[in-house]
Ligand binder design. Structure first.
Ligand code: FAD
Length: 527
């Protein structure tokens, strides 16, 4: 039996590959779920059209936005913080200036993710022992699981779609205006190193009037009541129909012991505290970078050794349109990323800088309000006159341009994982260059950056982090081989972001899933 730890995107992708190879798979998972009253409310909304929704239920599922680490609002799932709950406490982690948190949820962070998906460019994979050639088939396999809404536009020449059947979402009016401006000025933008296209998001779009798919209810930032935004918990339910697959929830894996034939997995029941052991011929760790790193360090009692977590640093650049788009609050739209901008300009960075354009949504405006407060500007002013002119670019940098996070397992007074940010001044400098480039191209975009509102988030806040035990062709201590096996382990594979040698800016999850699928597929024949 092969054991996968975690039901987030990487665990599900790996389990699918192992099952497709004919193996028996058991998934151990901490498995927290949405509270029953909220789950019932989601079911109620999902059973009817938005026009018939009870406003009280909608308000409950939108929830109160809690300020997360660093002041930006923490994105919730149907008003619940269950995707982040208990992780710090049960795994015993401490954070100093770090925005990333572990998830103990069924489906992991795919309960809250933004579903943006763009593959990596080979040029951004320096230091990697594998390139896109090895990942291509696995990108395609993963996209069959997640589905994707995308267009065959100019971005496809650089970033292959890896699917012949993308769905197509309607753009919001603000996005159509921006796209029209950029299309008209495409040549000049290209010369300036700005490549643009429609966002690729793991969302089910209608293919015909009779098909099911996105209804543009604007709830995306709170959770899709219809389940049209990909969540790996949905694939878990499909895997559970396979007789070779078993799922064990409420299991917190605490340590691993390997011998020549098998791995013994020690776990603790999340609810009762009861201890359990499971024996597997191979183990695939997909618990997310923080839990996986802790588990590996703790299993070998590697105390006081600092590993470096790489981060794709996150920033916000609000953009103000010259022209208003009236009535954005009433518009039927989706509120995930609408457009992608890729900046490929060595004067800005040796690597791709990735921007996601978000048009009107209440959550984005709450994030902007936090930024405005710093400048003591009134939120009423923003809501009354800015929202019809404002869109937000969420940006990501390559990890080489970003700050990093020191990760150390301490033994006393109790065993805990310490995470501490180390600031790289290059991050702010690169964001300044990106902002300057957008400013110089403002008339081509029809919108200009609002300089005082540019915000660089704390390290980890992108949730695009990993690389504590990077894959290498010839791994040394605290590195992994190309099948994700950390130095010294033969039957234990890390398959999540823990093993990425660097973090390119162009969204992490699609590539993590493809790599996890690759490792499951390629290791299945090992004895
Ligand atoms: C607000 C937000 C927005 C995001 N938007 C995007 C986006 O648009 N595009 C993108 O590419 N990425 C995005 N991400 C990142 C994305 O969610 C993660 O990359 C992805 O979820 C990682 O998948 P994973 O399976 O490796 O880990 P996780 O999703 O963290 O799943 C970990 C799994 O392991 C289980 N687990 C953890 N510890 C243990 C343990 N000790 N024992 C047993 N089980 C355990 C958990 O229960 C869970 O099932 C976003 C993240 C956040 C928070």
């Amino acid at each position: 039996m092969h054991c996968v730890v975690g039901s987030g995107p990487s665990g599900i992708a790996c389990a699918q590959a192992l099952l497709d190879k004919g193996l028996e798979v058991r998934m151990l998972d901490a498995g927290l779920k949405l509270e029953a009253p909220r789950a019932q409310a989601v079911e109620q909304l999902g059973a009817s059209a938005p026009a018939g929704w009870d406003p009280k239920l909608v308000a409950m599922l939108k929830g109160e936005l809690a300020a997360g680490p660093g002041g930006l609002p923490q994105k919730l799932s149907f008003g619940s913080d269950f995707p982040y709950r208990d992780g710090e406490k049960l795994l015993n982690c401490t954070f100093d200036g770090v925005g990333l948190r572990p998830s103990l949820a069924q489906g992991g962070l795919s309960n809250v993710w933004g579903a943006a998906m763009l593959p990596y460019l080979d040029a951004d994979l320096d230091g990697w022992p594998i390139k896109n050639g090895e990942l291509a088939g696995h990108y395609a396999a993963v996209l069959k699981m997640t589905g994707v809404a995308a267009r065959r536009d100019d971005l496809a020449a650089m970033f292959p779609l890896y699917t012949d059947e993308p769905g197509e979402l309607e753009l919001s009016r603000q996005a159509r205006t921006l796209l029209g401006n950029m299309d008209r000025n495409k040549t000049a933008l290209r010369e300036s190193g700005i490549h643009h296209g429609v966002s690729r998001v793991a969302v089910k779009a209608r293919r015909s009037p009779r098909d099911t798919g996105c209804v543009y209810c604007g709830m995306c930032m709170h959770g899709c009541p219809y389940g049209y935004i990909y969540n790996s918990a949905a694939t878990l339910r499909e895997l559970e129909r396979n007789p070779r697959f078993t799922y064990q929830p409420d299991a917190i894996v605490t340590s691993l012991v390997e011998n020549d034939e098998a791995v013994t997995i020690h776990s603790r029941n999340r609810l009762t505290g009861g201890e359990q052991t499971t024996v597997a011929s191979r183990v695939y760790l997909a618990a997310g970078v923080i839990p996986t790193t802790k588990l590996l360090l703790e299993s070998r009692r590697d105390f006081d050794r600092t590993l470096w977590m790489k981060d794709s640093q996150y920033f916000l650049i609000p953009l103000l349109f010259a022209r208003r788009t009236r009535g954005v609050r009433q518009e039927a739209l989706h509120t995930l990323s609408q457009l992608f901008l890729e900046i490929l300009d060595p004067a800005v960075s040796p690597h791709t800088v990735h921007l996601q354009i978000y048009t009107y949504s209440n959550l984005i405006y709450d994030a902007v309000r936090h930024a405005l407060r710093r400048f003591k500007m009134s939120f009423n002013f923003l809501t009354s006159s800015l929202e019809e002119r404002l869109v937000v670019a969420q940006g990501f940098l390559h990890s080489d341009d970003s700050s990093k996070i020191a990760v150390t397992l301490r033994q006393s007074p109790d065993v805990r994982l310490e995470l501490k940010a180390e600031i790289n001044p290059r991050a702010r400098a690169t964001v300044r260059k990106v902002t300057g480039k957008l400013m110089r191209n403002a008339w081509r975009l029809g919108a200009a950056p609002v300089l005082p509102m540019v915000h660089v988030a704390e390290p980890g806040r992108s949730y695009h982090g990993g690389g504590t035990l990077p894959m290498r062709q010839e791994p040394g201590p605290f590195e992994s081989d190309t099948l994700g096996r950390p130095h010294g382990w033969r039957r234990v594979h890390a398959v999540d972001a823990t093993i990425l040698p660097g973090i390119p800016a162009t969204t992490i999850t699609l590539s993590v899933m493809a790599n996890a699928h690759r490792i499951g597929w390629e290791s299945a024949s090992l004895t």
